[in-house]
Ligand binder design. Structure first.
Ligand code: 173
Length: 321
């Protein structure tokens, strides 16, 4: 072979290799069901940056936006149908895809433990079969839900109160006597401002994201359930990834979960910040607090069992402490 021919052959080989590398890079679109300026997205964006920096030639994530891109209660459907590949959302926002999605609020163990005890696989079996989704991992935990209200109570009784909800709180708040109104987070501020509601359900963290503290007088303790915000992916798109791409994505999701200790400190920080903002904590005695929490779980598991007896029975022992 002449030197020139050798050079051409070598050049061709390099070009082919580069082409092959490019063919192995996939870009996944990701939408958030939560506000872009909120804590969840603010933790997600640096993760996406890291995924993209370390994933050149393998996998890239294109963040397409929050509720302005796709309404929060539609993000699940967008993943199911493949309009986007990945959503950061919570089960309560895609009960229109499958009612069981909301059961994830009932986990009493960490996502790390769920991966060990079989809960994670059990979740994925249902998500694969019923929603055409892969449940990639959970990025929010250790965030109990609370009742925030402008009407003071001295016992766990919401009679006469109108409370903003999502499916998370429906049965429990109704059992406490409340009238409930479902809205996405983006409508809570104006509902408070216009006295359409007296209060709302939300986790311990995040009420400052959309300025709700300006319209909030009381928080009822204790908290109940655990706010679940997760990454879910269109199953066909997940299966279409190469083994290397799938392994890379799962590795990065595990790294994200490994940082979930953040939420423990966030609970303490946000509790203090609420107090500073003048939000008064309403507390009950120990027996009443226990009965309140027990009732929250009892009512929700009853509703889950009624909704989907077989799946509720499968999840319950795996979600328990
Ligand atoms: O209150 C809500 O909108 C809700 O259901 C939720 C779920 C997880 C995290 C934050 C809020």
């Amino acid at each position: 072979m002449s030197l020139n021919l050798l050079r051409t052959a070598a050049g061709l080989a390099v070009a082919l290799a580069a082409g092959a590398v490019q063919a192995q890079e996939v870009t996944l679109r990701l939408v958030s069901a939560f506000a872009e300026n909120g804590t969840y997205v603010q933790r997600l964006l640096p993760w996406i940056q890291k995924v993209n920096a370390e994933g050149k030639g393998t996998l890239q994530i294109n963040f397409i936006g929050g509720p302005k891109a796709i309404p929060p209660f539609e993000a699940g459907n967008a993943v199911k149908t493949g309009v986007v590949e990945i959503a950061m959302s919570t089960g309560a926002f895609y009960t229109n895809v499958m009612p069981e999605a909301d059961f994830l609020k009932l986990t009493e163990i960490t996502i790390a433990e769920q991966r060990k005890n079989g809960a994670f696989d059990a979740i994925n079996k249902v998500w694969n079969e019923k929603a055409n989704m892969q449940y990639l991992g959970r990025m929010v935990e250790n965030q109990a839900f609370h009742i925030y209200t402008n009407k003071k109570v001295d016992k766990p009784d919401l009679t006469g109160q109108k409370i903003r909800i999502t499916p998370v709180y429906r049965e429990f708040f109704q059992a406490l006597g409340a009238t409930v109104i479902t809205t996405p987070p983006g409508e809570v501020y104006s509902a408070l401002e216009r006295n359409v509601v007296d209060g709302y359900g939300w986790p311990i963290g995040g009420i400052f994201d959309l300025n709700w503290h300006e319209k909030t007088k009381f928080r009822i303790d204790p908290g109940f359930y655990d706010a679940e915000v997760s990454l879910v992916m269109n199953l066909a798109a997940y299966k279409k990834l190469t083994d290397a791409q799938r392994a890379y994505l799962n590795k990065q999701v595990l790294a994200l979960e490994a940082d979930n200790g953040f939420w423990v400190k966030f609970t303490a920080d946000e509790t203090a910040r609420q107090e500073k903002a003048g939000i008064q904590a309403i507390k009950f005695d120990a027996a009443t607090s226990k009965a309140f929490r027990d009732k929250a779980y009892q009512v929700a598991w009853e509703a889950a069992t009624k909704q989907s007896p077989e799946i509720a029975a499968r999840f319950k022992p795996l979600f328990a402490k």
